[in-house]
Ligand binder design. Structure first.
Ligand SMILES: Cc1c2[nH]c(c1CCC(=O)O)Cc1[nH]c(c(CCC(=O)O)c1C)Cc1[nH]c(c(CCC(=O)O)c1C)Cc1[nH]c(c(C)c1CCC(=O)O)C2
Length: 343
């Protein structure tokens, strides 16, 4: 069995020092990322340029020696592979052609027709498995169906996922059809990442927190459980991290209900609460407030130590509660890593 620290934590081992990586660790806060992105032209061109995508994935590993690298790509590449138009408005974020009618749902490509578009992503994974240090774990990922659907239905990011909730209320069949098609395509997408060399996969459900009650069970828990069951049937022992962001009480029992090996925790709940209520069932990842990467100083050191301490009695992978922001100072990241490793 591999002795990579991330894989050990995912098997439930309690390590003296938690392994660490960061969401959005390859990103605009790093000058070397901005340079490579400029070389590629734009963000999407960078995602589909396997050599340059591998290069930006490696940059934070060289700088900080993180225990995991996460494939450089985006959760919105899968809908693009299903035939949706996708572009990024500078300074604003993603824009897509909308999928809200039975005809638009029917026009999406089949789950086996996504790989032509996504082949460069699988090539990035293969390059990374060759080039990463032997102690670094490679994480592949996809968006969870609900979160990806919120973008497909609205055609953009939204504060409250209003358009997706509205479609769920007015045309449940089409809404559920979008979730099903995404669930099936996500299984095939992640399976190809694993075949190419991803050692762990992570499902990002960034908008899980806006699903309440039975909707949370039907559209956050159930699709995640289905994806994990199918992947584990095809790849026995494959570790899976699930991130139902801002799920609150929904974090409790999420690993058991979905089969996830690790639940990633955002910073809207305290580490103490998550240790008592979520880590009791297995590995957790998280949950330092990403603002500390901007503000730094003693508060960063104290908050980092507090997260390590709160999760020290169970399996834990140190991470931020959400992605690092472009205004972060790279020196603060170094201080966080040093604090975790040197105490
Ligand atoms: C919702 C979502 C998206 N993408 C993702 C999510 C889920 C996680 C989360 O909640 O943050 C996931 C994602 N996006 C990216 C990765 C790569 C791996 C990593 O370093 O974490 C991952 C795992 C690169 C990216 N994805 C994006 C960037 C910035 C692009 C740039 O260089 O301009 C990066 C590095 C763009 C993106 N992509 C998306 C948005 C809303 C945006 C615009 C907002 C922003 O600019 O931060 C969709």
């Amino acid at each position: 069995m591999s002795d990579k620290t991330i894989l050990r934590a995912l098997r439930g081992e309690v390590l003296p020092t938690p392994p660490v990586w960061m969401m959005r660790q390859a990103g605009r806060y790093l000058p070397e990322y901005r340079a490579t992105r400029a070389q590629a032209g734009d963000f999407l061109s960078l995602c589909y340029n396997s050599e340059l995508a591998a290069e930006v994935t490696l940059q934070p590993i060289r700088r900080y020696g993180f225990d995991a690298a996460i494939l450089f790509a985006d959760i919105l590449l899968l809908p693009q592979a299903l035939g949706v138009d996708l572009w990024f408005e500078t300074g604003e974020g993603p824009r897509m052609s909308t999928t809200t009618t039975p005809a638009e749902l029917a026009a999406l490509k089949g789950r086996d027709d996504i790989h032509d578009t996504l082949a460069p992503i699988y090539e990035t994974v293969r390059i990374l498995r060759r080039e990463l240090p032997s102690e670094t774990t490679l994480i592949g990922f996809a968006g969870a169906p609900w979160t990806v659907a919120t973008y497909m239905i609205a055609g953009r990011g939204t504060r409250d996922q209003g358009p997706a909730h509205a479609l769920k209320a007015t045309d449940r069949a089409t809404f559920a059809g979008i979730i099903d098609r995404l669930t099936e395509a996500t299984i095939e997408y992640l399976a190809k990442q694993v075949e190419a060399g991803a050692e762990v996969v992570k499902l990002f459900d960034s908008w899980a927190g806006s699903l309440k009650g039975q909707d949370f069970e039907d559209f956050a828990v159930a699709p995640t459980a289905r994806i994990i069951a199918e992947l584990k049937a095809r790849f026995p022992g494959l570790p899976v991290i699930a991130f139902p962001r801002e799920a609150g009480e929904g974090y409790v029992g999420f690993a058991k209900k979905t089969g996830a090996d690790c639940v990633a925790i955002d910073n809207s709940v305290s580490a103490e609460w998550a240790a008592a209520n979520v880590q009791k069932d297995g590995c957790v990842q998280g949950n330092l407030d990403p603002r500390h990467m901007v503000t730094g100083g003693d508060a960063l050191v104290e908050a980092t130590r507090a997260v390590v301490r709160a999760f020290s009695k169970g399996p834990h992978i140190f991470n931020l509660g959400h992605g690092i922001t472009p205004d972060a100072d790279p020196e603060n990241v170094a201080l966080m890593v040093e604090t975790i490793r040197k105490g």
